[in-house]
Design a protein around this ligand. Structure first.
Ligand SMILES: Cc1ncc(COP(=O)(O)O)c(C=O)c1O
Length: 301
């Protein structure tokens, strides 16, 4: 579904328009980019005869939440390595995960950073035979491929009208899939992470992997990264962002954004429009979901 956003009068008078593609309304258990990053991984896990799928995430991870829901629906065991010590009171995200039959595995922050090379992974492989692993955030080639498909679906459903698409990035897997679709003329990415070293290279690498017919140079020229809207870093929330969301929801009561990813994109676009730096182009903001993560910010709900 495409939803036209009500902009502050000052911006609409200047001719600005903004439409949101409501990925958050797709796929109940794995909304936004989540199902698209998981779908080929799930098929691969099944093809390999795996009974369990394991991955990594923080205590509010959208990816872990979606993995739990998808595995429950497909009758597979979900296993999640959680960053840092598990707290006695689980977050709502992890409560949902466990209620869906998911298995939690704590890890030290140091070991967690080793990801697929961590000792916790080796430990789980020892106990659970034939476990299929997905890197943190669903960041692999199959994840990017699924997001490429998603971009094609959006394009064919009405996205073709928009010359400028804008979206969030964590690992960059989702936008790599979108960049691999050369029908999208221009893609602006607003990272949720501060100083995302190597993000551009990662996006270009994954996009080229998905669609080797497109040259890295061509992709490079269609990709803009605006890294000024991380608000201090991953999952950081400021009063400015909170106030912005309050005002925005008065104008647009029927759409919500999550503070970790999508709200920062929305803020970035509207701020750039206010400063007159955003081009007067038909802009499509991809809502990548993540609304379950709002439970980590009770003052928003
Ligand atoms: C809601 C939401 N939006 C955007 C992203 C960023 O996706 P990626 O890591 O593929 O860049 C994530 C993380 O997966 C997310 O949960």
């Amino acid at each position: 579904m495409f939803q036209k956003i009500v902009l502050p009068e000052l911006l609409s008078e200047r001719g600005y328009q903004l439409t949101v593609y409501r990925g958050d309304l797709e796929h109940q258990g794995a909304p936004g980019n989540k199902w698209h990053k998981l779908k080929y991984n799930l098929a691969e896990a099944k093809a390999k005869g795996a009974k369990a799928i394991a991955s990594f995430g923080g205590p509010f991870s959208n990816h872990v939440h979606a993995l739990g829901n998808i595995c429950a629906a497909k009758k597979m065991q979900a296993v999640a390595v959680i960053r840092g010590e598990l707290q006695p009171n689980l977050t709502p995200t992890l409560v949902d995960f466990v209620n869906q039959g998911g298995m939690l595995w704590p890890s030290s922050r140091y070991d967690y950073r080793q990801g697929m090379a961590s000792s916790v992974k080796a430990e789980i492989d020892h106990y659970i035979e034939g476990c299929y692993w997905i890197p943190e955030g669903g960041a692999n080639a199959l994840g990017a491929q699924g997001c490429f498909d998603w971009s094609c679906t959006i394009y064919n459903a009405g996205g073709a009208e928009f010359s400028h698409w804008v979206m969030s990035a964590g690992t960059g897997t989702t936008c790599a899939g979108f960049l691999a679709n050369d029908l999208i003329e221009k893609l602006t990415v607003i990272p949720a992470i501060k100083g995302g070293k190597g993000l551009r290279e990662d996006i270009l690498f994954h996009a080229h992997n998905v669609n080797a017919d497109l040259s890295i140079d061509k992709n490079d020229s269609r990709l803009l990264i605006d890294d000024r809207y991380h608000f201090g870093g991953y999952a950081r929330m400021t009063v400015e962002l909170k106030d912005f969301l309050t005002v925005f929801s008065i104008l647009n009561p029927d759409v919500e954004f999550d503070p970790v990813y999508t709200a920062k994109v929305l803020f970035g676009v509207i701020n750039e429009m206010t400063l007159g730096r955003w081009p007067l182009e038909k802009t499509l903001l991809i809502h990548t979901g993540g609304l379950q993560g709002r439970r980590g910010y009770p003052f928003l709900n």
